[in-house]
Design a protein around this ligand. Structure first.
Ligand SMILES: C[S@@+](CC[C@H](N)C(=O)[O-])C[C@H]1O[C@@H](n2cnc3c(N)ncnc32)[C@H](O)[C@@H]1O
Length: 230
């Protein structure tokens, strides 16, 4: 099984429906902060089920939801297909978008599942699709020194605050026996130091690399914001 198969299949990455709801609510809130104007064209790349996408769409002019997993794209089309401002796309369809037409590209919790070469290719695509002055936000990036134990304690803390602590505890026990843990052990997750990711962003032509607060519940991971030069 590959990461692609994992995301395309049934998985229990969210420990309960409350966890999933609170997760996507938080990600949408964190994304909206970066929308530059009410008419902006936004791409959420690797969006997952994006349960709160209608709230994001209400804060911009057009929202592209990009998912590599066909089963997730079907769910997204089922949920948001009738909303005029939301367009569900595959990575291939992102590559075919007209150049210089996006105002904001966001990728939350994505690049840890990509090889460095895949990330370099995506950075070039995002740079080409962003309008001059447009922004790229890459969020939930894992630094090399953050252990799975830190991820576990952050999930428990989120569960405690969000009222799903026991589900989080049970979910962590299930994780030990899950495909996710096996894949993480087999392939690992891509991690970056701030310097390494900054260098990759600049090599792809981005400027003004900043470190706003991280999306989601885990402050031990990192968010980077960079601009396509105006
Ligand atoms: C950890 S989930 C993150 C989902 C969402 N961004 C969030 O923050 O909850 C990663 C998602 O990225 C998708 N994905 C992986 N590689 C991708 C790629 N190259 N292009 C688009 N989506 C991808 C997976 O199918 C999965 O749904």
């Amino acid at each position: 099984m590959s990461w692609r198969d994992f995301w395309n299949g049934e998985h229990a990455i969210y420990v309960s429906s409350r966890h999933k709801t609170l997760h996507y609510r938080r990600i949408a809130t964190d994304l909206i902060v970066h929308i530059p104007s009410p008419g902006a064209t936004v791409l959420d790349h690797g969006c997952g089920e994006a349960l709160d996408a209608s709230r994001v769409a209400a804060a911009c002019g057009r929202l592209y939801l990009c998912e590599a997993a066909p089963t997730v794209r079907e769910k997204l089309r089922g949920q948001f297909g009738r909303l005029e401002r939301i367009v569900v796309v595959s990575p291939e369809e992102v590559a075919a978008l007209p150049e210089a037409t996006l105002d904001l590209v966001v990728a939350n919790s994505l690049i840890q599942y990509l090889s460095r070469d895949e990330l370099t290719t995506l950075l070039a695509t995002w740079h080409a699709k962003l309008a001059p002055g447009g922004a790229l936000v890459v969020a939930d990036v894992i630094p090399p020194d953050v252990s799975p134990l830190t991820d576990a304690t952050q999930l428990l803390a989120f569960g405690w605050r969000g009222g799903f602590f026991l589900a989080a505890l049970a979910g962590l026990v299930r994780t030990v026996f899950s495909d996710y843990r096996k894949l993480r052990a087999q392939y690992g997750l891509s991690t970056y130091t701030p310097e390494a990711l900054g260098d990759l962003l600049r090599a792809a032509g981005f400027v003004d690399v900043q470190r706003p607060s991280n999306f989601g519940h885990n402050p031990h991971r990192m968010t980077f914001k960079a601009l396509r030069p105006a």
